[in-house]
Ligand binder design. Structure first.
Ligand SMILES: [Mn+2]
Length: 422
């Protein structure tokens, strides 16, 4: 059997904006607006440099209908570069770029092949002994199990399935084209190139079942390196399998304990250190955007609440001092609490003690799942996608111990007010 190298990418969401924050002054704006394009260019650069034999895109190449033809022209240009390098491209469309979503289109270069949407089928690449199986989305809200109807593996070939799926609602993504890991494992394919879940994840090896994740994180919940997988196949077996990053803007979320800080100055010093520490190992050719969560019990709790703007500006100043387009602060979130000994009185003590056991109380967690969980599952996904509040977030992620932990300071604050009433 032949040997070859392929790239597995997905969820490129071309021309999708970065969301939910104030951009850094001046120079940063362009790299933010064009980040999905630049990440895609990095991918193509990598493929030409390596070189590789083919590119697979597992859906959501486009974020939705093009605003104008420039999105399509950009894609055609990159495909032209791959054509020149002799690299064919195979893709399925996903929920974001389903047939029904896209009204504009352009003739694509002849090295680009897309799978049909009505029925799964196989494209054989005989020169590589490779059988590609796939099916695109005709409509956005696809709730059929596509995988179960994918064609059987071809004997004597490396069998690869290209599928855009929520699997079982993994990572809070909409459960489109649902299927189970077990089903994919048992299909008899050698590699499942999956798309839709934005966090890169290797769910199984031999057979490989992989979400490549998106090429560029788009908001603070998409932290860490984003890119694609390069896979080397030798004699029908996976000989080498590695992730490489393509992102031009990288999101970070860091927690900074401030209990030890005696005054405001120490606290801003601590902030500065934390920013530098977080970026120590980071490559310098991309912009880092950080969410900073200050936590811990501190005498300065109220003072911090009153000085939020200044704190955020200090953090941003610290980031800008690191150099041109090195770092920016999306937001400083205050999750600090007043010192525990401020709460006195037997009643409050008792309630505090009871609350401290609450995150492990299975009966309570079960009831929360029934009540809060039910409510959350009824919310439309457009709404739940951008929720930043830690309590709502924990509820959406069904992380009820975290929900309780997040709620305790609020309850305590109300109790201490109550205590002062006659
Ligand atoms: Mn998707």
């Amino acid at each position: 059997m032949k040997s070859f190298t392929f790239i597995h990418a997905a969820d490129i969401h071309l021309d999708s904006p970065l969301k939910g924050f104030v951009p850094p002054p001046s120079a940063g704006r362009d790299s933010l607006r064009n980040s999905t394009r630049e990440a895609f260019e990095r991918l193509v650069d990598f493929m030409i440099r390596e070189p590789v034999d083919l590119l697979l895109i597992a859906g959501d190449l486009y974020d939705g209908d093009w605003r104008d033809y420039r999105t399509g022209l950009f894609f055609v240009k990159q495909m032209g570069r791959l054509r020149e390098a002799g690299v064919p491209v195979y893709l399925v469309y996903g929920n974001h770029d389903a047939q029904s979503q896209i009204t504009k289109s352009l003739e694509l270069p002849d090295n680009v092949h897309s799978f049909a949407t009505g029925k799964s089928h196989t494209l054989e690449i005989e020169t590589l002994d490779l059988a590609l199986h796939g099916q695109g989305y005709a409509t956005r809200h696809l709730t059929d199990n596509l995988a179960q109807h994918y064609p059987p593996p071809r004997p004597g070939a490396f069998n690869l399935g290209l599928l855009h799926t929520g699997l079982g609602g993994l990572g809070g993504h909409e459960n489109y084209a649902p299927c189970t890991l077990e089903e994919l494992k048992n299909k008899g394919y050698d590699y499942w190139a999956l798309g839709h879940v934005h966090q890169p994840a290797v769910l199984h090896e031999n057979p490989h079942i992989v979400f490549s994740g998106n090429l560029q994180g788009r908001h603070v919940r998409e932290t860490g390196p984003r890119g694609a997988y390069r896979v080397r196949v030798d004699e029908g077996l996976i000989a080498d399998f590695s992730f490489f990053d393509c992102d031009v803007v990288r999101w970070h979320a860091i927690r900074v304990p401030v209990t030890e800080c005696g005054d405001f100055e120490e606290l801003t010093d601590r902030l500065r250190q934390a920013i530098e520490e977080a970026l120590k190992e980071e490559p310098t050719d991309r912009l880092a955007i950080l969410r900073i969560v200050l936590e811990g019990r501190t005498e300065q709790h109220e003072q911090l609440l009153a000085a939020q703007d200044r704190l955020q500006a200090e953090a941003r100043a610290a980031a800008l001092q690191l150099g041109n387009e090195v770092a920016w602060i999306e937001k400083v979130v205050l999750a600090t609490q007043p010192p525990a000994d401020r709460l006195t009185g037997e009643l409050v003590d008792d309630i505090q003690r009871i609350l401290s056991f609450a995150p492990e109380d299975s009966g309570l967690l079960e009831r929360l799942d029934q009540d809060v969980g039910k409510l959350m599952r009824q919310l439309p996904s457009d709404l739940t996608g951008n929720i930043e509040d830690p309590i709502c977030r924990a509820a959406l992620d069904r992380d009820y111990p975290e929900l309780v932990r997040q709620a305790i300071p609020h309850l305590t604050a109300q109790l201490t007010d109550f205590k002062e009433l006659p």
